[in-house]
Each structure stands twice: as C-alpha cells, then as structure tokens.
Write a protein that binds this ligand. Sequence first.
Ligand SMILES: [Zn+2]
Length: 314
Amino acid sequence: MRLRAILFTLSLLVVAGLALGFANRRTVLPRVFALLVERPAPKAPPPLPPSVSWSGEWYTVERLDEATIAIGEPRSEGRNVSYLLLGEQRALLFDAGEGWADLAPVVDDLTDLPVTVLPSHLHYDHLGSVGSFSAVVLPDLPMLRAQVRDGVLVPTADQFLGFVVDRDPPALRVAGWWKPGDVVDLGGRKIVLRHTPGHTPESVSLWDPQRNWLFTADYLTPQPLFAFLPGSSIGEYRATARGLLRIMPEDVVLWGGHDERTDTLAPQLTISDLRDLAATLEAIGRGEAAASGIFPRVYPVNERIEIWADIGDR
Ligand SMILES: [Zn+2]
C-alpha cells in the first residue's frame, strides 16, 4: 500500500513537472538544449572566395562596396555576420560578433574613424565583443529604457540566452538611444533605424536609402528564422513584414545576420524572400500554413528559409 502511494505521488510529480515544462516551453527548451547538446567545436578554416580575406584566425572581411564591410565568422556554427558601415566622419558597427575572438582589433584594422556599436538585438551571439567598444547605442524602446540602472543595461537571461554557451550577460553602458525612424548621419552617409520586432521585441534593422540596402540581422536571413524563443512573436513578425513590404523598393538588397547553409559570402536576400516570408506569415495567421514538428512548429518559407514558431502562435 505504501509503495503504491509513493509511486502515485511520484507519477503526479512527473506529470506536474512535464505540464509545467510544457507551459513554459519557450524558456525551458533553450535551457534543456543547453544542458543536453554539447557546444560544437570551431570548424576548420574553410577556403575563401577571392573577394573575402581572413583578419586573424577567426574573422573574415568582405567589402560589399568601398564603405561597407561584412565581417564573417565562417568557423562558428551560427556563421555570424556583423556589418561595418563607414561614413566620412564616423563608423557604425551593426552587431558585435559571437565572441569567440575579439572583434575590436579587426575593426581597428579597417577604419580610423570613431566607431559606434549598435546591436541588432540582445542575444549573446550579437553582443560577443560589445565590451571592447566604448560607444554602444541602443534602440530607444520603452522596454529597454525601463531596464537601465545608473546608465547601465544588463540583458536578462532570456534576452541574452547566454546559458547556451555558459556566458553571463554583459553590462552595457548606454552611450546613446536611437529612436526608430531616426536618421543617423555618419558623414555623407545617412542610415535609418527601423524597429523590426518578431525574432525578439527589441530587434532592429538598418536602412541605407542611398544603396537600397536593408541590414536585417536575424529578422530575415537565409536559414531557419527563430520565432519560438522567449520574446518572439509571429504576430510581430507579420506586422514587421507588412510594414517593410509597404516601404521597401523592388530592388532592395537585404543583408542577413547568419547563414549556416551556404558558403563564406555575406548572406544576401531580395524582395521576393521578403514577400515569401510575408505570405507564409499571413498563411500562419489564417491557420492555413503547412507545418511539421510539434515544438517548434516548422513552416517552410522557400528553398532557403523556414520559420520556427511556437505551438498555436498565429
Ligand atoms: Zn538572435
């Protein structure tokens, strides 16, 4: 009788634990992933196309034009790409790498201009070397402002996801706040900040109207788009896609923040990728999109892109 009672209690605890885990799946899954999946070792340096060169042993440098440089990490699993935008008076670094090697000396080699760093969002793989730069600006969003204490913002564990790689969130001393829609003058080059939530609530993109280039980071990049993480939202993803489609010209080039699947060039997308994403998001909203998997739900977008969403998130 006692054994039965113990077994009954244990099963209740297991069921309650599973139910609690399921209810909190967005925060639980990344942590379970961190516990179970071993971090992949850096890959061997791959051969580079002629337009790309090494800067040290970790980073690659690709000139997209005379004033724009993609800094890649082809040896990392996520194949991060950060972008250095040069003006006549100053430079803007969009994202600070995954953090396996210091990005500051690479940037130092590329420009003598004062450098401002703007992270596209607060995930650990975009803040890797942020501590090596003195001028860090953030998008002026109420949720971020509310987190600041004495001029310093420390991302929460769910914003940073550093437990995946055993890393603590950095203390970001905020040198400035840029409002969505702000035009940032780098000297002879104007850049517009766009708030593009969906992957995370604080995600931003950079619009370069002279070139018709949009730097989209993780919002749109040729690989699975993560919309199942803490803070992700399919509804915000869709609203962002609608907004971008209204204002982006036909010949826009979108530069993404990762590319796990292809070669060592900066990931480049077009308006048709944005349209495919928008169409998938609209179909998800109507409950008509084909999907596989339970959590995350995997929705194909096109041959290069899929979007991973939470169960029932429309
Ligand atoms: Zn991310």
